[in-house]
Design a protein around this ligand. Structure first.
Ligand SMILES: [Zn+2]
Ligand SMILES: [Zn+2]
Ligand SMILES: [Zn+2]
Ligand SMILES: [Zn+2]
Ligand SMILES: [Zn+2]
Length: 562
């Protein structure tokens, strides 16, 4: 079979379907996609909201809760205890499939009557003190975190696994005492690091591996006591380190800028891919035949992936771990043969379902915890199920629904509160022109008790009563970061700042998060040529052609490493 160029039904740009891809679609018996990989990723991201939380009531027990849905959501919302309890049965909402209507219309109707879980975490079940987290499991004392598990004392972080004592980090694995780090694994006592592995006590590092005690270094391997890639003795290093005054906000800002300029003189490797073969994307570790993939660890035979761990034979997945033979899924953890679903984890053989954990053989179900042989939440015997399922698939082929992920109007979230806004930002007008929903932020009138310019510059001058203050955000709402205009410092947060000897940030958590997203390479690939003179190697890179970085192929980059 040959590759085929198709025109995306959404953005109208051309995209290629490779022979391998056709093999996958044939194996799982779905037609090839009509959207390009990027539009498919955007469509999936519209179904996640980890950063806009609301205070509301549980519609069953009336307790005050934190939820990803506002009070005026058009469906009932239950707290953790109520949702998981036997006090309601998802089958009671079951509806008969109507062949005179489209499938998605009927699924939407169902999604408006079945109770939704207030927020996707396991607080008070397997996690402790993690009320303000989303897509977060088996953890302790975490706050404002999204997508992770096995974490302890972690705050304001996104996509992390097996981490302890850290703040403001993104795409991290097995780290301890880390601050403002991006795409690192196995690091400890390190701050402001990107693409670093097996490092300790590093400050402002970029692509370091096996380094100890390094400051403002790039591309080093197994080095100690280096500053700006220059070797010092332990004694010299310690004297210099003391003089740097890294507990002071303004000196850290100065070094951040200095390091940025320093890095711009060095070549960058086209992509961060480690211990991997025949793979393309960025931040891939231990992968085999994984392509167009980002933030993936231990993957095999995957395509079009964002965030995955120990997953194989899977296409088009967003934030899934231990998944096998899945397609077009959002959080399909511990699943097999899971197709077109959102938050259906621990599932087998399911299609087109929303939030139905531990379901098997379900089609078009909503909130069907532990369901089996059900269609639109109505239960059937095995034979009836298989027959009806095949008929519905035929029906959906005629309506051109089969093979497509859910359209946006099935999502319960406004576009600008969904994760799509982070990677595919749109203005209010663009959102409305496309027929998506926009939600204006609730009016914020926090009574600031400490303007940011009065915050002591040095962490050593911060008193314990700082936790009572409401501090103004340095962006003051004048940005596109969903700025909360003010923020607080929590008790355990202050403890970490002191332990790590870092100054208190000047921005609210949302502004910090969006600045980190802007710093990370986008989940897109461009075909480019190595910029080293005389080298003709080509590669797929997440560095866009117009970017200022000097981008080298693996071989040329290796030669530059000290
Ligand atoms: Zn497209
Ligand atoms: Zn409740
Ligand atoms: Zn802000
Ligand atoms: Zn901002
Ligand atoms: Zn080269």
């Amino acid at each position: 079979m040959q590759s085929e160029i198709k025109n995306c039904q959404n953005c109208k740009k051309d995209f290629t379907i490779e022979p391998d891809d056709f093999g996958f679609y044939e194996k799982i018996v779905v037609p090839p996609p009509t959207f390009c990989p990027e539009c498919r990723m955007q469509r999936r991201m519209m179904f996640r909201n980890g950063h806009t939380l609301y205070k509301r009531e549980c519609d069953l027990c009336k307790k005050n809760i934190i939820s990803i849905y506002p009070t005026n959501a058009p469906f009932p919302v239950y707290c953790q205890k109520c949702w998981w309890s036997d006090n309601w049965d998802p089958c009671q909402y079951g509806i008969e499939f109507d062949f005179s209507k489209n499938f998605f219309e009927q699924l939407k109707e169902l999604s408006l009557i079945v109770p939704a879980l207030s927020i996707t975490n396991d607080n008070e079940v397997a996690s402790v003190n993690c009320e303000y987290t989303y897509d977060w499991f088996f953890s302790k004392n975490c706050y404002m975190c999204v997508s992770g598990w096995h974490a302890e004392n972690v705050l304001y972080s996104f996509h992390i696994e097996h981490n302890k004592d850290m703040l403001d980090c993104m795409h991290m694995r097995e780290a301890e005492l880390a601050y403002e780090c991006l795409q690192c694994y196995k690091i400890a006592r390190s701050k402001y690091c990107t693409y670093c592995s097996e490092c300790q006590d590093c400050f402002l590092g970029y692509d370091l591996s096996g380094c100890l005690n390094c400051i403002m270094c790039i591309g080093l391997r197994n080095k100690s006591y280096c500053i700006k890639n220059k070797q010092y003795t332990k004694e010299e290093y310690e004297i210099k380190l003391k003089k740097m005054n890294l507990s002071n906000f303004y000196s850290v800002e100065k070094y951040k800028k200095e390091f940025k300029d320093f890095c711009s003189n060095f070549p960058h490797k086209y992509s961060y891919i480690k211990k991997s073969v025949i793979s393309t994307g960025d931040f891939l570790i231990n992968c085999k035949n994984v392509k167009y993939a980002f933030q993936v660890i231990n993957g095999e035979n995957q395509r079009f992936i964002f965030g995955s761990d120990t997953t194989k034979d899977t296409y088009d997945s967003l934030m899934s771990g231990k998944a096998e033979q899945c397609y077009e899924v959002v959080v399909a953890d511990n699943s097999q043969r899971n197709y077109f679903s959102v938050f259906c984890f621990q599932c087998r053989d399911i299609y087109y379902s929303l939030f139905s954990p531990s379901a098997e053989n379900c089609f078009g179900c909503v909130g069907m915890k532990k369901g089996s042989y059900s269609i639109l939440n109505k239960k059937y015997n095995k034979e009836e199920y298989e027959n009806l399922k095949e008929k519905i698939i035929e029906h959906m082929k005629k309506t051109k629904e089969f093979g497509e992920f859910f359209p946006y109007w099935i999502s319960p979230f406004a576009y600008n509160e969904s994760e799509a806004q982070e990677l595919f930002p749109l203005t209010k007008k663009e959102v409305e022109d496309k027929g998506y929903c926009w939600r204006d932020a609730d009016l914020r009138d926090y009574k600031v008790t400490l303007p940011i310019d009065q915050l002591p510059e040095d962490i050593n001058d911060i008193k314990d009563n700082i936790i009572q203050e409401i501090i103004s955000c340095g962006h003051n709402g004048k940005c596109n970061h969903n700025c909360t205009t003010a923020f607080r410092v929590l008790q355990n947060e202050l403890g970490l700042y002191k332990k790590l000897n870092i100054p208190i940030p000047h921005l609210c958590p949302n502004c910090r998060y969006f600045e980190r997203v802007e710093k990370r390479n986008p989940p897109r690939l461009w075909h480019r040529k190595c910029m080293k003179e005389g080298c003709n190697n080509e590669f797929e890179t997440s560095y866009a052609p117009e970017r200022p970085e000097i981008v080298y192929c693996e071989a040329c980059y290796q030669k530059e490493i000290y």
